[in-house]
Design a protein. Structure first.
Length: 426
């Protein structure tokens, strides 16, 4: 929709980047090919001018405020030599301005009364100045090295940690023995300063900000990407994470040794970007295997069913081909002569010739047919007794025994019923 964007940018008087087209009404917007239609869509709210993206300076102000307090100004943040960053000349000028401003202020307030003599841009005090009501201690410049040394020995600390009361400088300067120093320590004129703790609060705050991605821009980086975080370390970490997950799944029996080996080799081949991708791959693989197993089971079941049906059909065919001895007529033998019976009903039941030859037949009553079940008609038409196996004989005997037992049970039940009826009548 380049045309629509161009027309909308002209109508809205802004760039194409600030034009927003409603994605839900793309079809309607694409139909608008004139300025009139575009203005109508702007009126309906389908085309909108985006607000100007403001570049917030809040973070910059916060950083500058922290730098004024001395934060983010350590050795790692410095660029250039000490002289280049803050020349000594500028420091000297600032210090002189501060001192001279103070002297002018004191002269105006008439706290001091003396005249200034300038020579070669340096302010010097007069040889006989007349100071106001300032105390004498204001102009005493005693170093008190002896007192500091003795106090450091008594307090068992360095000279830097010894504090001497400036209001009692005259009294402290008179103490020139260890006994007098101990007395002053007892009175509280000489004190051991506490250890200056190097606070890590600012460091922790900075580290927390860095974890969120602050103070990590291009200007803060030192060294190449590979030097700051080698790809080898990232690779090792990722491999350890993936292999740890595979071991865990194998111990929990979620995957077998074959799947473990499969995913181990793929992880080494950089197939998985992270743990989430590996977990998804494991689930997909397991579902695929389950589907394949189900399909194979279905195929085997179908094959078995087809085999069973085939066997059943073969048995039916065999039964149909076998001689039917239940018929009341049994063929004794074929008649070889020219004279004989023709078109008899028994010819159709002949297994040998199926009624094609002339045959001699004899009638056998239906109840006699079970006696002939161990006989079969030969291709020549004669009856032949079957050779029964031991198992068949046992089965036949067992059937006869069961039939006898059932008959005896039925008789017994009848007798008991008759006895019960007689007892009830009495």
């Amino acid at each position: 929709m380049k045309l629509q964007k161009r027309l909308a940018s002209e109508a809205l008087r802004c760039g194409k980047g600030r034009v927003w087209l409603d994605p839900n009404e793309a079809s309607e917007i694409s139909m608008a090919n004139s300025r009139h239609n575009i203005r109508k869509l702007i009126k309906d709210g389908l085309i909108v001018r985006k607000p100007v993206a403001m570049h917030s300076r809040a973070r910059v102000r916060k950083n500058h405020e922290a730098k004024r307090k001395g934060r983010h100004m350590g050795v790692g943040k410095r660029k250039g030599s000490k002289e280049a960053r803050m020349p000594t000349k500028i420091l000297w000028m600032r210090r002189q301005r501060v001192l001279r401003r103070l002297l002018r202020k004191y002269r105006q307030q008439k706290k001091i009364d003396f005249w200034l003599k300038r020579s070669s841009s340096q302010a010097q005090l007069p040889s006989k100045p007349h100071f106001g009501n300032l105390p004498k201690s204001f102009f005493t410049f005693t170093t008190m090295k002896l007192q500091k040394r003795l106090a450091s020995e008594a307090l068992r600390c360095g000279k830097g940690r010894v504090w001497l009361d400036p209001n009692e400088a005259s009294e402290i300067s008179m103490a020139n023995s260890r006994h007098n120093i101990r007395k002053l320590i007892k009175d509280g004129l000489i004190v051991r300063k506490p250890i200056a703790m190097h606070s890590r609060a600012r460091v922790r705050k900075n580290h927390e900000a860095k974890r969120k991605g602050r103070h990590m821009g291009v200007g803060k980086r030192k060294g190449s990407k590979e030097a700051r975080m080698p790809t080898k370390i990232l690779w090792m970490r990722r491999q350890r994470v993936l292999r740890r997950l595979l071991r865990k799944y194998r111990q929990q029996k979620k995957i077998d040794k074959h799947l473990y080996h499969f995913f181990y080799r793929h992880a080494k081949g950089n197939a998985y970007k992270n743990k989430r991708v590996l977990v998804e791959a494991i689930h997909n693989k397991k579902t695929e295997e389950a589907k394949a197993k189900a399909l194979s089971e279905q195929l085997t079941a179908k094959r078995e069913k087809a085999k069973a049906q085939k066997l059943k059909l073969e048995q039916k065919k065999a039964e149909k081909a076998a001689p039917q001895v239940s018929d009341p007529f049994v063929i004794i033998g074929h008649w070889r002569g020219s004279k004989g019976l023709t078109d008899s009903p028994a010819l159709a039941n002949c297994c040998a010739c199926r009624g094609t030859w002339q045959s001699l037949w004899l009638p056998v009553q239906a109840y006699c047919s079970p006696l002939l079940r161990n006989f079969v008609v030969t291709p020549t038409g004669w009856l032949r007794k079957l050779n029964m196996s031991r198992e068949q004989k046992k089965a036949e005997n067992s059937e006869q025994l069961t039939a006898k037992r059932e008959k005896a049970k039925a008789q017994k039940l009848k007798l008991e019923q008759k006895k019960a009826e007689k007892a009830a009548q009495k």
